[in-house]
Design a binder for this molecule. Structure first.
Ligand SMILES: Nc1ncnc2c1ncn2[C@@H]1O[C@H](COP(=O)(O)OP(=O)(O)OP(=O)(O)O)[C@@H](O)[C@H]1O
Ligand SMILES: [Mg+2]
Length: 224
């Protein structure tokens, strides 16, 4: 369970990126974060990943205040998370398989295990045939699917996806959303930011942000 308790984030002492934000997300939910550019979506996702700390308020995960974690505990938090963040694209100096193996290598898993699980992750995203391609040889939608494979390779409990459908046509965007839905059905919590209102009906819940404030939130019984 993830709980924001009256969270505000003030950058440089003046810009309110988030203002008094409170909500709870249960395990296994699919949540969309909607709202215009600058609303605070990326800031909110980075806080769940422990990459930004609230200026005031608390971000709780399974009853623990993330912002109070010592830096030595952050790797344990990160292992529970699969991250698809803005500006964190694929590395162009290695092939698709090596990109997907990377999160496992970073946490000290063996190359053999990383290879096996990265291949399985690519297969789930229907990208195994491109395992030895350069990311440069992939379409935008294919790159996005590889980034999802990279995010799930450590078997996260929670996937945080910042604008995973940006720059994609409708067909590729659907493929990406469907892939995330499939993980959610298997019990993974998915929190997805998007400008794109066409997918909101796929969510259990939508949280609208504007200028750092939650302006609306709804929960769908039908999608649960
Ligand atoms: N590191 C930073 N330093 C100062 N201000 C920041 C920083 N990061 C974000 N901001 C400001 O905080 C506000 C929220 O930014 P954020 O990136 O969370 O918005 P967003 O909803 O993700 O927007 P977009 O849809 O364009 O990605 C913006 O006004 C932004 O300029
Ligand atoms: Mg953003």
């Amino acid at each position: 369970m993830i709980e924001f308790q009256q969270v505000s984030k003030i950058y440089a002492g003046e810009v309110y990126a988030l203002r008094d934000v409170s909500f709870t997300i249960g395990d296994g939910e699919l949540v969309f974060l909607a709202g215009p550019s600058g609303a605070g979506k990326s800031t909110l996702l980075k806080m769940i990943a422990g990459m930004e700390k609230p200026s005031t308020g608390a971000v709780m995960m399974n009853g623990q205040d993330i912002s109070k974690l010592k830096s030595g505990s952050l790797p344990y938090l990160r292992r529970k998370l699969g991250l698809i963040l803005q500006g964190q694209g694929l590395l162009l100096d290695r092939d698709v398989l090596s990109n997907v193996m990377l999160p496992m290598i970073v946490v000290g898993e063996s190359t053999a295990d990383a290879q096996t699980r990265a291949s399985a992750a690519l297969e789930r995203l229907n990208m195994l045939d491109k395992a030895h391609s350069s990311p440069l040889a992939l379409s935008g939608g294919e790159q996005q699917r590889v980034m999802i494979a990279r995010a799930i390779v450590n078997r996260p409990q929670i996937i945080l996806a910042d604008e995973p459908t940006a720059y994609l046509d409708r067909e590729n965007a659907m493929i990406v959303i469907e892939a995330l839905r499939a993980f959610q059905r298997s019990g993974v919590t998915c929190i997805i930011s998007s400008h794109d209102e066409q997918f909101l009906d796929q969510a259990n819940r939508v949280i609208y942000l504007n200028k750092g404030e939650v302006t609306d939130a709804w929960t769908s019984a039908a999608a649960a």
